[in-house]
Design a protein around this ligand. Structure first.
Ligand code: B16
Ligand code: MG
Length: 215
C-alpha cells in the first residue's frame, strides 16, 4: 500500500527545465562550446557542478581550476535566478495541485525530492512551500541522482519505507535513483526515454491517483 508520494521539482511541479537550459546555453555560447536541447537532456536531475562538468566535456577545455569552475557555476545560477524572478502560481504544471490535494484527502504524505539548491525559493514563489511534509533538496544531499540518497532522506523524514512510496520524476536519472532505492516510480514525459518507470504519463493531468492501483 502506498503511504507517500515524493515529487521531483524541475519538470514535475514546474517547468523550470527550460530556464536551466537557457542559462546553460548562454554560458556554453560564451565559452564557444556547442550545446543543444538534445545534450541538455543529460542535465535533467543532476547537480549544478555535474552539469557544468558535462558541458565542459563537450568542448575542448583541457583544464580548468576549481575556482574558475565555481565562478562559472555562480554566474549560471545568477542568470537562472534572473530568468525565474517572475515565477508564480500560474507556472505550476497541470495536474500538480490536484495530485497534492488527492494525497491530502487520502492521508498520503508528500515530500519533495529535488537536486536543486533553489528548490525552497521556487516553492515559495509558487506558494507551495507549506504543502510538503518533508523537503529534501540539493542543500541536504551529498550524492546526486542516480544515487537514491535524496529519496531515501525524504522517506526517512516521512517515516515510510521505499516500498511504500512512489517517486514522480521527469528525468531518466531520477527514475534510476528511484529504482536503485527500491521506490515505485511514475515517469512524466516521453515514455520511450523514460522506459524504466513503473507507470508512464505525459503529464500529471493525464491521470488521477487511482492509477497507483496498477502498482
Ligand atoms: P540548481 P530536479 C534539478 O532539479 C534539475 O533537473 C537540474 O537540471 C539542475 O541542474 C539541478 O536541479 C540543480 O539545480 O542549480 O538549481 O541547484 O529536477 O531534481 O528538481
Ligand atoms: Mg526534474
Amino acid at each position: 500500500k502506498i503511504k507517500a508520494v515524493i515529487f521531483d521539482l524541475d519538470g514535475v511541479i514546474v517547468d523550470t527545465a527550460k530556464y536551466h537550459y537557457l542559462a546553460w546555453k548562454s554560458l556554453a555560447d560564451q565559452l564557444g562550446i556547442p550545446f543543444s536541447e538534445r545534450e541538455n537532456e543529460n542535465l535533467k536531475g543532476i547537480s549544478r557542478m555535474d552539469s557544468l562538468n558535462f558541458i565542459l566535456s563537450l568542448g575542448d577545455v583541457q583544464y580548468m581550476s576549481q575556482d574558475d569552475k565555481m565562478k562559472l557555476a555562480i554566474s549560471k545560477n545568477l542568470h537562472y535566478l534572473e530568468l525565474i524572478t517572475d515565477l508564480n502560481r500560474e507556472d505550476i504544471l497541470p495536474g500538480t495541485l490536484e495530485w497534492i490535494q488527492e494525497c491530502k484527502d487520502n492521508n498520503i504524505k508528500i515530500a519533495l525530492g529535488s537536486a536543486s539548491k533553489n528548490a525552497r525559493r521556487i516553492l515559495e514563489s509558487l506558494d507551495l512551500i507549506d504543502q510538503f511534509d518533508v523537503i529534501i533538496d540539493g542543500t541536504n544531499t551529498t550524492k546526486t541522482k542516480p544515487d537514491p540518497q535524496v529519496f531515501e532522506l525524504a522517506a526517512k523524514g516521512l517515516g515510510v519505507k521505499a516500498s511504500e512510496s512512489v517517486v514522480i520524476e521527469d528525468a531518466y536519472k531520477g527514475l534510476e535513483a528511484a529504482k536503485n532505492g527500491g521506490f515505485y516510480s511514475i515517469g512524466i514525459g516521453d515514455p520511450e526515454i523514460l522506459n524504466i518507470a513503473d507507470i508512464n504519463l505525459r503529464s500529471l493531468s493525464d491521470a488521477d491517483m487511482n492509477i497507483l492501483e496498477k502498482l
